[in-house]
Design a protein around this ligand. Structure first.
Ligand SMILES: [Mn+2]
Length: 436
């Protein structure tokens, strides 16, 4: 059974990863007939590493995309036969298992080729033109008659790339081989009539541009989010939970309550960590009374004051080595569509702004490079000072919209804007408003 993947956005933040882990846990409690697996689309933020280590939780697996792969469509549990077996053995095995193709392997189990009922039939027909008896034919070894021309694929080959090859290949079967050349599955042309779509649940995002590669070809089963409604499309109705709360983790905690599923301590801890990072210690304007209630509810479960826990969490972030330019500009960078144009808005939260600003020149250069490489209208970095409660804006590209939105001059490429803590609530809507 293929698992249903629960995943957050690209460049995942702590909320994306912890909410995916907790929601996958909740779903597997509520719906034990299915397999739910949290995955991620990028590296773990420092604070996520810290909280997962502290509670001994395995990080979600990093996945490159959600396109359908060879292993999603193949028939596994292949029947194989050694190459020194007789054709009689092969024929009997195919009859016993009611199959049309056998995988032929060497004595180490490595794939050598296929032997099919069609090949057997051709051998019988050719008997008629020779003096060989049926008994002589059936005593021959499989290895002298196997067909090694079958298309061989890696398990993670993308079906969209290989479907054409399978349909036009000379043999109707394609084999799927692992890294040790063992055949782990067979794909026939009929398997391609209906390509199964990967089944996914989105947390903490609902815009295709922020989601996994291949998202438009996957089947979105649910959305749990606290961002603006984006452009995700589905064939049928789905459960789409979107609430204007401070974190997706808050909504996930509410879902535990709604389903009356007890919260184990380690899940409560990661949810609380995500409430704290997304609401910047409950200070962000996105933070609601519900977030505060949930924070203290989660704090009770782990036996800690929610705020003290949050301060410790933020401390772990700054205790990490001096952040790299990529960590500052890329850890939480999102693309947004602004009319016909695309813009990049990144945010980095810190308790030591002056230290980060020593890197301003390099940061600006990095943003300029991104504008050039990706064709953004602008690339904006908010360096948010959690203590001083404001953000330094650093911009590359056309600053006009941002200047108007915040009534600042970015002639020097940067400016301090007090009171700005939330990209979602205070920056993105304002920029979109002034873009028209
Ligand atoms: Mn979030």
């Amino acid at each position: 059974m293929h698992p249903i993947l629960v995943l957050g956005h690209r460049n995942p933040d702590n909320d994306s990863i912890c909410s995916a882990l907790a929601y996958a846990y909740l779903k597997s409690q509520v719906d034990p007939d299915q397999l739910y697996e949290a995955v991620r689309l990028g590296p773990l933020p420092h604070e996520t590493r810290w909280i997962l280590d502290r509670y001994n939780i395995q990080a979600p697996e990093l996945i490159p995309h959600v396109y359908s792969r060879a292993c999603d469509v193949m028939t596994s549990g292949v029947i194989s036969i050694y190459d020194d077996a007789s054709l009689l053995d092969a024929g009997l095995l195919m009859r016993e298992k009611n199959i049309r193709a056998l995988v032929v392997t060497d004595s180490n189990g490595r794939y050598r080729g296929l032997f099919t009922t069609r090949m057997l039939a051709e051998l019988f027909i050719s008997e008629l033109e020779s003096s060989r008896s049926r008994q002589e034919t059936l005593a021959e070894r499989v290895e002298n008659h196997l067909d090694a021309r079958a298309l061989s694929l890696k398990p993670d080959a993308l079906l969209k790339d290989v479907a054409g090859d399978i349909l036009t290949a000379s043999l109707r079967e394609a084999v799927v081989l692992d890294d040790d050349s063992r055949c782990i599955g067979i794909i026939t042309r009929t398997d391609l009539v209906r390509i199964p779509r990967r089944r996914i649940i989105l947390v903490d995002h609902n815009e295709a541009s922020q989601g996994a590669l291949g998202i438009s070809e996957a089947e979105v089963l649910e959305v749990v989010d606290h961002h603006r409604i984006g452009d995700i499309q589905t064939a049928g109705p789905i459960q789409f939970i979107n609430l204007p709360l401070g974190s997706t983790a808050t909504i996930v905690a509410l879902e535990f309550q709604r389903h009356k599923v007890p919260l184990p301590e380690h899940i409560a801890a990661i949810l609380l960590s995500a409430v704290m990072t997304d609401t910047i210690l409950l200070k962000s304007p996105t933070c609601t009374p519900t977030d505060r209630e949930i924070a203290s509810f989660l704090g009770d479960i782990i036996g800690m004051d929610a705020l003290e826990f949050g301060v410790e969490l933020f401390g772990s972030r700054d205790a990490a080595h001096p952040p790299t330019i990529e960590a500052i500009t890329g850890a939480d960078a999102k693309e947004f569509e602004m009319g016909e144009k695309t813009v990049l808005i990144a945010q980095y939260e810190t308790v030591s702004l002056p230290k980060i600003l020593e890197l301003e020149e390099a940061l600006t250069q990095h943003l300029e490079q991104q504008v050039q490489n990706r064709g953004y209208e602008f690339a904006l970095l908010l360096i948010t000072d959690v203590v001083a409660e404001g953000s330094e804006l650093i911009i590359a590209g056309n600053p006009r919209v941002v200047e108007r939105a915040f009534d600042v001059s970015l002639a020097k490429g940067s400016a301090w804007v007090p009171g700005i803590l939330s990209r979602k609530k205070q920056v993105v809507p304002k920029i979109l408003e002034y873009a028209v």
